[in-house]
Design a protein around this ligand. Structure first.
Ligand code: IMO
Ligand code: MG
Length: 421
């Protein structure tokens, strides 16, 4: 078995990565978040209790697993502390949490800038307003403050310099400005609370590899939200695809084994941007209600539609996906009739060519195959062969077209409602 397995989102996020991660991390010694920040929302249901993680790898719920927040993640310390407290109040411990000293810190001016930019933008992105774009900008602009600087209280000088320049911009827009002393005071408290978790996670991960430990990389966001490969500009500000897993952890490509692409038996998107198989009608509304498609992070209703295999094939290609994890098969099975987009038709030609170009995509029309729904209650089924034929047919066709085997089938919300193929 390979030392490092990866779980990634195949579409626009919210594919139910948490469920697969939860299963795989029970066998992992180390579980790592690699990119993004608290724009992510990974929910897991254990014994009827729902846990929503935004920053902490959900592997933390397993007693023996070390949960690492990698260098590629951006951290809002206030949110992280709240998450640690929530764990403790549910009788879980955060003692296995490790945070990279290289992970960048989100400050209140990042969050305000995110909101302000979104407000001023004509073409809205629909960001989660968590300061993700602005903090990654500072990272690349090289004025960012990292967790190591924060907990060792070596951030004052940079912070004062940042506030000076950021305030000029806020003033220009007639927006309230920030007081450096106040932020320093607040963040010093966070620093004291988080210091014990901050380490050199690169050494930690490589020591684990040397000891033949199993590592699980927990992807956040998804392929079509990738800053390079997604539908730019309606994307997030990091690389949630396979490359980001390597740069967000310091794990070289040679260690990577299975790459699981997570998807739903239908599709959804939050925020703006093109979405060819979206159903802006009763079907979309029905899927939203049946699948409880409301944001874990922002509570926004998600846009819903049919599964798009042209987009899935693109995700398989970009990430080198070796196995599919398909969630909400129970949900789609509640419909009478299911449609599956198997190709695009553009100017009379049918192809599997995906495009993230908005104008190009506007010329495409989805080509659908229709499947019978009404799968019945499948939540207690644990073997693929025992699924009703109607469900088998739908899943089989996905594998056939995409050319990648399905390894996990989600059949319900509970932790155990899953078929491992
Ligand atoms: P998980 O890990 C769904 C979307 C936002 C917006 C765009 C940019 O739960 O799958 P950002 O705040 O990142 O600058 O917003 O990306 N987005 C997500 N959508 N799930 C996520 O994460 C997302 N993270 C960001 O809605 O359209
Ligand atoms: Mg989400």
């Amino acid at each position: 078995m390979n030392k490092v397995n990866v779980v990634l989102g195949s579409f626009y996020g919210d594919e139910g990565k948490g469920k697969i991660i939860d299963y795989l991390s029970q066998k992992a010694d180390v579980s790592v978040r690699c990119t993004g920040g608290n724009n992510a929302g990974h929910s897991i249901e254990i014994d009827g209790k729902k846990f929503a993680f935004h920053l902490i790898p959900s592997g933390i719920l397993n007693k023996g697993t070390i949960a690492v927040i990698g260098n590629g993640v951006v951290i809002d310390p206030k949110v992280l502390i709240e998450e640690i407290e929530a764990l403790k109040s549910n009788r879980y411990s955060a003692k296995n949490l490790r945070i990279s000293d290289k992970a960048h810190v989100i400050f209140p001016y990042h969050v305000e800038m995110d909101k302000l930019q979104e407000e001023l933008r004509e073409n809205k992105i629909g960001t989660t307003a968590r300061g993700i774009g602005p903090v990654y900008c500072d990272k690349y602009e090289r004025c960012g403050i990292r967790m190591g600087d924060l907990v060792n209280k070596k951030f004052e000088k940079q912070l004062r310099e940042n506030i000076k320049t950021k305030n000029k911009v806020f003033e220009m827009y007639g927006h309230k400005t920030f007081d450096a002393d106040e932020i320093i005071k607040e963040y010093n408290i966070y620093a004291d609370k988080l210091k014990k978790y901050v380490v050199d996670t690169i050494s930690l991960l490589h020591n684990a590899l040397e000891e033949n430990k199993k590592i699980l990389c927990e992807g956040a966001q998804a392929t079509l939200l990738d800053i390079d490969f997604g539908s730019y500009p309606y994307v997030t500000s990091s690389n949630p695809t396979i490359g980001g897993i390597c740069t967000g952890t310091g794990i070289g490509a040679k260690y990577i084994g299975e790459v699981y692409g997570v998807l739903k038996a239908y599709s959804s998107r939050v925020g703006e941007g093109p979405y060819l198989t979206e159903q802006k009608n009763e079907i979309g509304d029905k899927i939203r209600e049946l699948g409880h498609e409301y944001g874990t992070t922002t509570k926004r209703p998600r846009r819903c539609g049919w599964l798009d295999l042209v987009a899935l094939k693109y995700a398989v290609m970009i990430n080198g996906i070796t196995g599919l994890a398909i969630n909400h098969v129970d949900t789609i099975g509640k419909l009478d009739e299911i449609k599956l987009c198997v190709a695009y038709k553009k100017e009379g030609k049918i192809s599997m060519q995906f495009t993230t170009d908005e104008d190009d995509l506007a010329k495409c029309e989805p080509v659908y195959e229709t499947f019978e729904g009404n799968f019945g209650n499948i939540s207690n089924i644990r073997k693929r062969e025992e699924l009703p034929d109607k469900a088998k047919k739908y899943l089989g066709r996905i594998e056939e077209i995409v050319g990648v085997p399905i390894k996990f089938i989600g059949t319900g919300a509970g932790r155990d409602a899953m078929i491992v193929c």
